[in-house]
Design a protein around this ligand. Structure first.
Ligand SMILES: [Zn+2]
Ligand SMILES: [Zn+2]
Length: 204
């Protein structure tokens, strides 16, 4: 959905702050000797994020209503402030990740693992915002991320282009699943200014 600037940018604070709060609360409940294992749970969450991002983007954002409609709006207007407000995404994380993990492994490890995924989500939000909104020097690593995502935006052009490049923070899982499209030409931008109507497929 289209968000106010305050709600859109709140994600950049709410998720990292929530992750820090979870780690602190989790560590508080753990014996000191178990803290290294909690740190491993945190790292596992961070490491798992790119796969979660790939699965969510490919099969939820591109196929599952109502996320599909929202994501299509983002594909039409790449620079518009469209997303899931934190007051929906944060409770979703609590119900879908934290709660089952809590019942499986207890609060401390669940908190670490969930915090890792939340930091991954925050990195996705920042990278995705950056490739659409920031002016990025060509030839840099960030430029490669921008050009990868530009091809993803082009790939939704009504079957004219092969779909792919679902990974935003890394192309690793695209290579594993055979959806890697490589990089767009140097000056290609992920589609669309905030206020523009949908443009022709293939221009972005
Ligand atoms: Zn997409
Ligand atoms: Zn995008």
């Amino acid at each position: 959905m289209r968000l106010s600037a305050a709600t859109y940018y709140a994600d950049f604070v709410v998720f990292p702050a929530g992750a820090v709060a979870l780690v602190t609360a989790g560590a508080w409940t753990m014996p000191t000797a178990d803290l290294p294992f909690m740190a491993l749970a945190l790292l596992a969450g961070i490491a798992l994020w790119p796969l979660a991002e790939y699965v969510l983007h490919r099969w939820a954002f591109h196929r599952l209503p109502p996320m599909k409609g929202m994501h299509e709006a983002h594909h039409r207007q790449g620079r518009a402030l469209i997303g899931t407000p934190w007051w929906i995404s944060l409770p979703l994380v609590a119900v879908v990740v934290l709660l089952p993990a809590y019942f499986a492994v207890g609060f401390g490890y669940a908190a670490g693992f969930t915090a890792g995924l939340m930091l991954g989500y925050a990195s996705y939000m920042i990278v995705h915002h950056g490739v659409h909104h920031w002016s990025i020097e060509s030839g840099t690593f960030a430029d490669r991320l921008r050009r990868r995502h530009a091809l993803h935006h082009r790939s939704d052009g009504g079957g004219r282009f092969k779909p792919g490049n679902y990974g935003v923070v890394t192309g690793f899982w695209d290579r594993v699943f055979g959806t890697d499209l490589g990089l767009a030409p140097a000056r290609a931008q992920p589609r669309g200014p905030a206020s523009s109507p949908p443009s022709e497929p293939g221009k972005g």
